[in-house]
Each structure stands twice: as C-alpha cells, then as structure tokens.
Write a protein that binds this ligand. Sequence first.
Ligand SMILES: C[S@@+](CC[C@H](N)C(=O)[O-])C[C@H]1O[C@@H](n2cnc3c(N)ncnc32)[C@H](O)[C@@H]1O
Length: 292
Amino acid sequence: MDADVIHCQDCSCMPQVDEEAIDLIISGPPYWDYIDYAAYAAGQSRRCPAWSRQRPYPEYLADLRRWYRECFRVLRRGRYCVVNVGSLRWKGRCYPIPFHTVGVLEELGFEFCYEIIWHKIAGGRPDARVIVQHPYPGRYLPNNRTEYLLVFRKDSTTRFDGGVPFRDDERLVLDRFFQCETANNVWHIMPACNPLERGHPCPFPPEIPCRLIQLLSRQGEIVLDPFMGIGTTARAARMLGRRFIGYELEPAFVQQALANLDTPLRLRRPTTCAYQTEGKRVPRPKNEKIRG
Ligand SMILES: C[S@@+](CC[C@H](N)C(=O)[O-])C[C@H]1O[C@@H](n2cnc3c(N)ncnc32)[C@H](O)[C@@H]1O
C-alpha cells in the first residue's frame, strides 16, 4: 500500500487503503453544504454564495455515515479518529452537527473518547448581533466562537502501542505550554490566516494537526486525512516524521497540497488562557514546542 499520496477521489470508497492499515485519522468534513468547495476551487471564492447546493439535512447525515464507515474499515484497532465539526444556524434553526456526529460514529462502532473545544480566538464576529438590535431577555443568541475536535477510538481493548514499547525519545514534552494549554480540553487557536488568499475557504490552522499527530501517533506511522483540502495534515505529518494518505474531491486543492508538501508549517505565537487559583497566578508559557 502506497503512503505519502493524495488521491483525488471521494473518501467514501478508499480502495487504495488496506483494512486496518491506518494509525491515526484527522478529519475536517464539510459542514453540511455550507461551503461550495467546487466553486472555490474554480476560483470563484469571493462570489460564491453559501448554501448553493443545499440537500436535506438527513442526506448530509447519511453522507457522514458513508464517509466514516470507510474510515472505520481502514483504521487499526486501538487507534484514534478525530473529527473537527461545528454547529450551524440556517433559517433560524440550529443544526448541532457535532452532537449528531457522535451518534453516527457510535452506530458505526467507534467509541467516543472525549471532546476538545477549539476556541477560535481572534476569529468570528466581534459584535453582539441580535441582542444589540433588541436587547431584551429571550433574544440572546451568542456568537459561535467554537468548534469541536471529537476524538473516537476503534476498539479500546486493543493496546495503543500494539506491544511495541515506547522509546525514550517518544516522551511528550510536558512543558509550561503543555500544562497551560494542551493538557486542557479547551484549545485556544487562531483560525488559519487569510484562508481565501491561500486558495481554500477553511483550512486547518497548522496547530491542530500538529498537536493531534504528536499526541496520538508515533514516528513513521500513517496518518489519514479523508478531507485533505490544501494538505495541512500532510505537511504536519511530514514535518513530524509520519507518513500520510489523503483524499480530496477537488483537483485544484490536491495540486496545491502536492506543491506545498515540503514547505514546513509555521506555528503562530501561542495563546493560552491564564488559569488562576485564588492568590496564585500560573505564569504564561513562551513557546509551543514541536517534537516528532
Ligand atoms: C473542511 S474542508 C477540509 C480542509 C482541510 N482540513 C485543510 O486543511 O485544507 C473539507 C474538504 O473536503 C473536500 N471534500 C468534500 N467532500 C469530500 C469527499 N466525499 N471526499 C473527499 N473530499 C471531500 C472538500 O473539497 C474540502 O476541501
């Protein structure tokens, strides 16, 4: 089976990948039909209306089922599948995609492990929207500044290490940054900078695949991203000494991903929350460390 490849194909069928051959899955599926990726890939980024091809919501959930059934087939036992999703509002109604995703993946056999809340610092709208126009009780509608990283496992009775003992150089760096940020299930990360100028409407911020790969896989292992976009996961995998396999429907995104594979990702200045206990302030850390 070939690794370090990106297939321009629908990920609901991944014939190039053997059963239980993948060590970690990192995925950011489409959020229903909120973004028309084909239009963005064709260069219509600024004119493309959201929701241009909207299907009924149950059809979207059926797609999620098809995509992650195939992910379940290729994932090794004892290993993790991370799904990045957020809730959507459409015509006055909220669609809690993350919560429905948990149900869909559990039905497929995945075990839900935990959720990490991605707090999109410096992203989103700074205003107070509806409440400003009509500031009375009952009209409160918070700005949505978070997404979820849902972490699932295939068969937690199988050991993660598969019986291959850890080496000393595989120890995670438990520095101040780890204690103040990564160790908690709220991660404070800026959205990717100027995504449209980069040719994709919503690439992962580099910190997301980098952290997940360090925490949930070992050197030399294979990371699958079934929705590879412009290749952020592939670049993170390469930078951290892992191999990757990707699937992506849009040829223009695949081309861009392949062209940038060897350009290392640049992690931004880290931001953390100053967790405090009475009378004692935990000092903020300086750097996010990368270690394969
Ligand atoms: C939310 S974006 C992921 C972006 C990616 N994480 C990155 O850093 O660039 C979802 C991507 O999935 C692609 N896509 C949508 N349906 C797909 C499918 N069935 N199979 C493979 N890719 C798909 C879209 O073209 C889009 O680029």
